[in-house]
Design a protein around this ligand. Sequence first.
Ligand SMILES: Nc1ncnc2c1ncn2[C@@H]1O[C@H](COP(=O)(O)OP(=O)(O)OP(=O)(O)O)[C@@H](O)[C@H]1O
Length: 398
Amino acid sequence: MTDIDKTAHDTGAESGARSATESGAGSPAEFGAGSTTESGAGSTADTAARSDREGLDARLVVDRGRFRLDVSLTAAPGDVIALLGPNGAGKTTALRALAGLTPLTEGHLRLDGAELDRTPPELRPVGVVFQDYLLFPHLTALDNVAFGPRCHGAGKAEARAQAAGWLKRMDLAEHADAKPRRLSGGQAQRVALARALATRPRLLLLDEPLAALDARTRLDVRAQLRRHLADFEAVAVLVTHDPLDAMVLADRLVVIEDGHVVQEGTPADIARHPRTDYIAHLVGLNLYKGEAGGHTVRLDAGPEITTTEDLTGPVFVTFPPAAVTLYRDRPTGASARNLWQCEVAGLETHGDQIRVALTGTLPLTADLTTASAAELGLHTGAPIWATVKATQTHAYPA
Ligand SMILES: Nc1ncnc2c1ncn2[C@@H]1O[C@H](COP(=O)(O)OP(=O)(O)OP(=O)(O)O)[C@@H](O)[C@H]1O
């Protein structure tokens, strides 16, 4: 369970759900009890200054002990943003701040022009889907989904009719009467998504929505989630560790490291032009920084790399592990360019390949077939020569 989930429990979200369902009163923060204008709750959002800007405009500054999150996020309606980053980078903190579960130390949070920073979580037009979906165990799938519209003030019959519509859209109509324990992980996750969408949120937050699913289910749910996110007309922010989820689901990736945005862009751009070691590792590339003078890049780490691009000044250079060819002895026929003496630091299976970590003149990762690894007699500590063709490298300004 993530921090954000725990808080939902700690704040008595479930008991809030029961009373809301039974009495039509109250609503837990994480289900996004919906629009303040609709509820007429007299919240800050009603009185706050509005601008014409649609979508999300946020600068989230949160101090948590020695950790400081300082992240700016903007998104237009219809955008799906993935927050990606290593453990402890601040993704959950950012999501909690967007949901209103963690107060901002500084900054601002505007949604469709309305200031939300001081709007209580339960009055924000925000829906959250958790990693382990937190459905109310005592309610049927239908009533779980109906809970959202009920919190918006819909009557019981109307809320159930809306919920039935959402379940149908999610291909879950036949499970409407099932309690969560009778649902598979994938079905439960889709009910959770339906429940969040049924509130018609202006901001949908998804906290590792596929992480609790097995590989096969994950594939199906990812495809369905992609379809639903494509239809979603407001802003969606997704937190994930999984680059594949991020690449498949999001229009834009925002990579956070140590509380700060280190890179953002389309999945294709980030995959092609990583700017940090974390991102390079994520997208499976070797990455180096150096100074270009024509086709030669002198790396900060020491050696040179010959590239096809003709650049000047600070650059990044990448090449994929599959572009590396290894030799036990110094190759005599090969050009001296991009030839480095290395030592095997580690071996692991990587799909149907062997991934070799090399140290030496240039630390790098190489992929080769099991047969090649056996022929080369690779083992930790073995000396080895590595080459990469210039045409397999890619250089771009740093
Ligand atoms: N309640 C808290 N009090 C103080 N510091 C905290 C608290 N919760 C988290 N932190 C710190 O805030 C930083 C960011 O944590 P956060 O959970 O947002 O990262 P994350 O990117 O979501 O990580 P993960 O991927 O592991 O979930 C971490 O350094 C963490 O130690």
